[in-house]
Design a binder for this molecule. Structure first.
Ligand code: SAH
Length: 345
C-alpha cells in the first residue's frame, strides 16, 4: 500500500485496480495522512465556507434514496419566495460568506425567468454563486450563467449506469452526464460527487466514480455517505461502514485531483459527531454551513438526523469557525475558486 501512496503522491494518477485496493484497505490511516499532506501542499490550511440556502423542498423526481422524492407523501414541502431567497443571501453575506449555494429539489415553479432576477440580485452582494438545482436544459444553464452564476453542483451519484437508472427511476444517466458537460462548456466551475454505500455499489463502481471526476475533470467533488431515509424504498438499508468508505473516497479524490475543492459534507457529521473535522483532516478543504431559516431546515430532509437543523445561521457560522481553528486551520477570506490558493501563493 505504501508504494501506491507514493505513486499517487508523485503522479496523481492511479489505475482502477489500485483505487480498489485503497478502498478495500483495512488500515486506512496511511491513506488519510497522505491525503492530508497533499491537501496542505496544494490548497494550504485555509478552509472555504459556503453558505447553503435550501430554497425549495419540492421535487418532481423520485430518487429511491432521497427523502424529498415526490412519492414521499409524508415529506413537508416549502418554497421560499424570491424575496426570502435574496434576503437569506444578504444575511449570509453579512455573516462573511463569500459564496452562497442555492440548492433545491427539482422544482418547476422556479422557471428561468424567475431564477435569473434572483441570481442578478444576489450577485450585487459581491458573493460567488453556486447553483444546485438538478438537471436543466443547456439554454437554462446558459441563462443562469449570464445572470451571474459561477458554479454548479450536480452529483453524478453513481457512475454505474444500471444502478443509477434503477435508483433514479425515470431519469437518464446520459442526460446527467450531458448536464455536466454543458456546464463545463458554459464556463461554470463544476462540482459533482457520489453517494457512498448505496445498495449494489461495489469498490469497482466507486473507483469508476473517481476516474470520472478526474477525467471530466471536476473542480469540486462532494462525497457523501448514504443515510437511509425511513420514508423511502431504501429505508431498511444499513449505514454500516459508509462513513469510513466515504472518507477513503474523499482521500483518494484528493490524491487524484490535488488542487480541487473538496467539501467535508454534512452527511459525514450526521454519521459521526466529529465527521466534518475528521474529513478536513483526510483531504477536505471546504465546509458548507446551513444559512436557511431554522423553521425550514427540518423540512429539507434528504436523510434523517441531519445535523444543525435547530441552529441559526449566526451560530452555525461561529461554531464552524471555532471547530476549524481547533484543528489548526483557518477560514479563508476569499471566494475560493478552484486554484485560487496556487495563484495567490
Ligand atoms: N436536486 C438537486 C439537489 C439534490 S440534494 C440535484 O439533483 O442535484 C443534494 C444531494 O443530497 C444529492 O445529490 C444526494 O447525493 C444527497 N442525498 C440525497 N439523499 C440522500 C441520503 N439518503 N443520504 C445521503 N445523501 C443524500
Amino acid at each position: 500500500m505504501q508504494h501506491l501512496l507514493e505513486k499517487a503522491q508523485q503522479t496523481h494518477s492511479l489505475t482502477r485496480d489500485e483505487i480498489c485496493a485503497l478502498l478495500r484497505t483495512t488500515d486506512p490511516q496511511p491513506l488519510f495522512q497522505t491525503a492530508d499532506q497533499v491537501r496542505k501542499k496544494y490548497v494550504g490550511n485555509g478552509v472555504y465556507l459556503r453558505g447553503l440556502i435550501e430554497f425549495s423542498s419540492y421535487c418532481k423526481n423520485d430518487c429511491m434514496y432521497c427523502g424529498l422524492r415526490r412519492s414521499n407523501r409524508r415529506a413537508q414541502r416549502y418554497r421560499l419566495t424570491p424575496e426570502q431567497i435574496v434576503d437569506t443571501a444578504r444575511q449570509a453575506a453579512e455573516l462573511g460568506y463569500k459564496t452562497v449555494v442555492l440548492q433545491s429539489g427539482e422544482d418547476a415553479w422556479f422557471s428561468t425567468d424567475t431564477l435569473c432576477p434572483i441570481i442578478r440580485e444576489i450577485k450585487k452582494l459581491d458573493v460567488a454563486i453556486t447553483l444546485s438545482m438538478g438537471e436543466k436544459t443547456r439554454e437554462a444553464y446558459a441563462a443562469y450563467r449570464a445572470a451571474g452564476a459561477d458554479r454548479y453542483l450536480l452529483r453524478i451519484e453513481t457512475t454505474d449506469k444500471n444502478l443509477y437508472e434503477k435508483l433514479d427511476p425515470g431519469m437518464s444517466f446520459d442526460n446527467r452526464v450531458r448536464c455536466l458537460h454543458d456546464l463545463k462548456e458554459l464556463g461554470y466551475e463544476v462540482g459533482s460527487g457520489s453517494l457512498v454505500g448505496l445498495p449494489g455499489q461495489t469498490p469497482e463502481s466507486l473507483a469508476d466514480d473517481l476516474l470520472f471526476f478526474k477525467n471530466l475533470p471536476v473542480d469540486m467533488a462532494g462525497i457523501g455517505p448514504f443515510i437511509p431515509h425511513p420514508h423511502t424504498p431504501l429505508g431498511g438499508e444499513t449505514t454500516d461502514g459508509h462513513f469510513e468508505l466515504a472518507l477513503k473516497m474523499m482521500a483518494i479524490m484528493r490524491l487524484l485531483l490535488p488542487d480541487s475543492n473538496i467539501p467535508a459534507t454534512t452527511a459525514m457529521e450526521t454519521l459521526h459527531p466529529q465527521g466534518r473535522l475528521l474529513a478536513l483532516q483526510c483531504g477536505a478543504n471546504v465546509v458548507m454551513p446551513n444559512v436557511t431559516a431554522t423553521i425550514y431546515r427540518k423540512q429539507y430532509e434528504l436523510y434523517p438526523g441531519k445535523v444543525c437543523t435547530g441552529d441559526s445561521a449566526t451560530s452555525c457560522r461561529g461554531c464552524m469557525q471555532a471547530k476549524i481553528e481547533s484543528i489548526g486551520r483557518f477560514v479563508s477570506p476569499g471566494k475560493g475558486f478552484h486554484g485560487d490558493y496556487l495563484k495567490n501563493r
